[in-house]
Design a protein. Structure first.
Length: 206
């Protein structure tokens, strides 16, 4: 029961942070958002730092669950078009509905972590099924000379996707598929991108 209450409070805190920003994240605001008696949040998380840490841990848990599910439920991408589609779907999820609110909270926490080593450690990128699929794809489709750089290419690609999401959260609008395709092409390298243009897409054979 205690664990469930802590999770409910962390979820409510994510919503408060998304809606009201870091300055609006207070124990009382979380009590209201969770529809619980005043003082409930402070009984579980005595300090604001403890509340923020619980919030960030919950964000990471939700993000990891989403990425694990995406990686397990979707077939491995066979070409750049399929990888582009998978990433574009992830971007869409993070810009709409609950995904958008989590994105707003996540970036607020990322800025806060610049001054908080504990939060920064929690937010360190972790392995998951979706990220592993991207790494395997790049390993199979980049030139042999770049094989040792696959992990770096994966991190760079995902960081750029993060940047696209952040930009659209601030400026509004959807992310064009061509923008995602350009990031994928960059991760593959000019040589691979050129060779793929000379071959028919597998989509034409479905």
């Amino acid at each position: 029961m205690t664990t469930d209450r802590r999770t409910a409070l962390a979820d409510a805190a994510i919503g408060v942070l998304a809606d009201e920003g870091m300055r609006g994240l207070t124990h009382r605001a979380v009590d209201r958002a969770a529809d619980l008696p005043p003082g409930t949040t402070s009984a579980y998380f005595r300090t604001r730092a403890a509340l923020l840490t619980a919030l960030v841990r919950r964000l990471v848990e939700l993000d990891q669950a989403e990425l694990q599910l995406a990686g397990q439920d979707s077939p491995e991408p066979r070409d750049a078009d399929e990888l582009t589609d998978a990433i574009a779907a992830l971007v869409q999820r993070r810009l709409t509905g609950d995904g958008r609110r989590r994105s707003l909270a996540r970036y607020a926490c990322a800025v806060e972590s610049a001054r908080d080593p504990e939060l920064r450690e929690i937010l360190v990128p972790r392995d998951n099924a979706a990220r592993d699929a991207v790494t395997r794809f790049l390993a199979a489709h980049t030139p042999e000379a770049a094989a040792a750089d696959v992990e770096s290419r994966t991190l760079t690609l995902l960081a750029c996707v993060d940047g696209l999401v952040f930009d659209r959260l601030v400026s509004g609008g959807a992310v064009p598929r061509e923008a995602v395709r350009g990031l994928v092409a960059g991760a593959l390298g000019a040589e691979t991108e050129g060779s793929q243009r000379s071959q028919p897409s597998r989509r034409s054979h479905r």
